[in-house]
Design a protein around this ligand. Structure first.
Ligand code: CU
Length: 180
């Protein structure tokens, strides 16, 4: 059977259109995810010494958890380590921009909060930063999603989202989960 060169050319053109269309869809998905649900690769490269982060600076025990600064910005600092989060529960306000900052003193950890854009790895030596906003109140699970050793499956934290009316920083701008 003879091959019709014209039909070959048409087929080539159809596939070229399909390929350009697929590439445009992927590009659109990337741009949409980055602009609308704020899903971006880590944009800040910030170093921290994993050997001394518990002794001095931003990630000492007193500074962990949620803090509101003088300009009203909400920042939550968490240390991830084998095999727990410190603190294991954090309080954040609903419908407000919240910045999470994570560090690890030992091995690579990772974490996510289902239904939000919080999903990052925590690599020793770097600060992992995520900006987010929660649109409904409630307790959300934040498990470690990077196998970090034998206790990995026990490694989980809670993010407690409260309505702004119930978000009451103390005189130092700090908000913590109630003891229990
Ligand atoms: Cu872990």
């Amino acid at each position: 059977m003879a091959i019709d060169p014209l039909s070959n050319a048409r087929s080539e053109r159809r596939w070229a259109f399909a390929m350009v269309g697929a590439a445009m869809m992927m590009l659109f998905a990337i741009v949409w995810a980055s602009l609308s649900p704020h899903m971006n690769p880590p944009s800040n490269i910030e170093n921290v010494d994993p050997n001394t982060l518990h002794i001095a600076g931003e990630f000492t025990e007193d500074n962990l958890g949620t803090q509101v600064d003088a300009k009203g910005r909400v920042t939550t600092r968490i240390v991830t380590s084998q095999f727990s989060f410190a603190p294991e529960c954090v309080v954040v306000p609903q419908d407000m921009q919240v910045t999470f900052r994570f560090v690890s003193p030992d091995v690579i950890h990772g974490l996510l909060v289902v239904g939000t854009n919080i999903n990052t790895m925590v690599v020793p030596g770097y600060v992992s930063q995520v900006h987010t906003m929660f649109d409904k109140p409630g307790d959300m699970l934040m498990p470690c999603h990077e196998f970090c050793g034998l206790g990995h499956s026990q490694m989980v934290a809670h993010v407690r989202v409260v309505p702004i009316a119930d978000f009451k920083p103390d005189e130092n701008g700090r908000v913590a989960c109630a003891e229990h």
